[in-house]
Design a protein around this ligand. Structure first.
Ligand SMILES: [Zn+2]
Length: 246
C-alpha cells in the first residue's frame, strides 16, 4: 500500500487524523496549531495562500510555530519559500507550485523543497514521465478548488469573519452545491469529489497520496475505503488525471 497523507480543514478533522495511524504526514492550517498539538513531527503547517498584505505576519507565525516544535511548512507559491527558510522550517511543496514536468520538479528540489504534490492538472502519463530527485505525491481523494479568491462570494464580496466558515454555499446552474473553504483566501470547491481509490495502480511512480478533507465529518471511514481500494459509490470525478487540459 502507498503512503498516505491527510490534508485537513478543521480542528475535528485534525484530531481524527492525528489519532489515525494510516497517515505519515498531515497538512494542517496554521490557525489550528498551538504549542499543545500532539505529534508535531507529523504535521506540515499550512500558511495563508495569499501573502500580498500579510508576509510579515505569516513569517512571525511560522517562527512561532517553529519555536513550539513544528518543523515543516507547506509552500503554496515561490513566495512562501524564503519565509519558510527564514523561519528555519523544512519546505514541502503544494499543488499550487504547479509542478508539471521534471524541469520544474528539479528547480524546486534545488530550492530545498523536501517533497511536493504535483499539479492536479497532470495526466497519469505525464505523472509517469516525471523524474525527480525528491519524492512526490498526488491528490488521491478530495474536493479540488474551482478557484481561489480574496473576497468571499457568500458574504457579497466582503472578507470572511476571522477565517471562520461563512456557513452557506453557492449553487451552479444544475443546482449542485459549491461549498467554500473560508479563510484569508476563499476556495470555491468542486461539488464532485475526486477519488482514485480504485485506480492507485495507475500511479505506480508516485510516493504518496494525499486525502484532502474539506467538509467531511468522518475522515476515518473515507480513509478505510481508500485503503481497501473500493470503487466510489456516489457521484465522483477523476479530475484531469485521465483527460488532461489540452
Ligand atoms: Zn467566507
Amino acid at each position: 500500500m502507498k503512503k498516505l497523507r491527510a490534508e485537513v480543514a478543521d480542528a475535528d478533522q485534525l484530531e481524527q487524523a492525528l489519532r489515525c495511524n494510516a497517515f505519515d504526514f498531515i497538512y494542517a492550517p496554521e490557525k489550528l496549531l498551538n504549542k499543545d498539538t500532539l505529534f508535531k513531527e507529523k504535521i506540515i503547517a499550512v500558511p495563508n495562500v495569499f501573502l500580498g498584505d500579510c508576509e510579515d505576519k505569516t513569517l512571525s507565525r511560522l517562527t512561532e510555530l517553529e519555536k513550539w516544535g513544528f518543523q515543516k511548512a507547506l509552500a503554496h507559491t515561490v513566495g512562501h519559500i524564503p519565509l519558510i527558510q527564514k523561519a528555519k522550517m523544512m519546505i514541502y511543496g503544494g499543488m499550487r507550485l504547479n509542478i508539471t514536468n521534471s524541469l520544474s520538479a528539479e528547480f524546486f528540489a534545488e530550492q530545498d523543497v523536501r517533497d511536493f504534490i504535483v499539479s492536479c492538472e497532470l495526466t497519469t502519463a505525464k505523472i509517469k514521465a516525471l523524474k525527480c530527485a525528491v519524492p512526490f505525491g498526488v491528490i488521491g481523494y478530495g474536493r479540488l478548488p474551482l478557484m481561489v479568491t480574496r473576497r468571499c462570494p457568500i458574504k457579497d464580496g466582503r472578507p470572511c469573519d476571522n477565517g471562520k466558515s461563512c456557513g452557506k454555499y453557492l449553487a451552479d446552474r444544475q443546482g449542485k452545491q459549491i461549498k467554500t473553504l473560508c479563510s484569508n483566501a476563499v476556495e470555491l470547491l468542486n461539488p464532485d469529489i475526486l477519488t482514485i481509490s480504485d485506480k492507485t495502480d495507475d500511479f505506480s511512480t508516485v510516493d504518496f497520496f494525499v486525502l484532502r478533507f474539506t467538509d467531511e465529518k468522518d475522515i476515518i471511514s473515507v480513509t478505510d475505503e481508500f485503503i481497501k481500494g473500493k470503487k466510489p459509490q456516489s457521484r465522483f470525478t477523476r479530475g484531469l488525471y485521465y483527460r488532461g487540459v489540452e
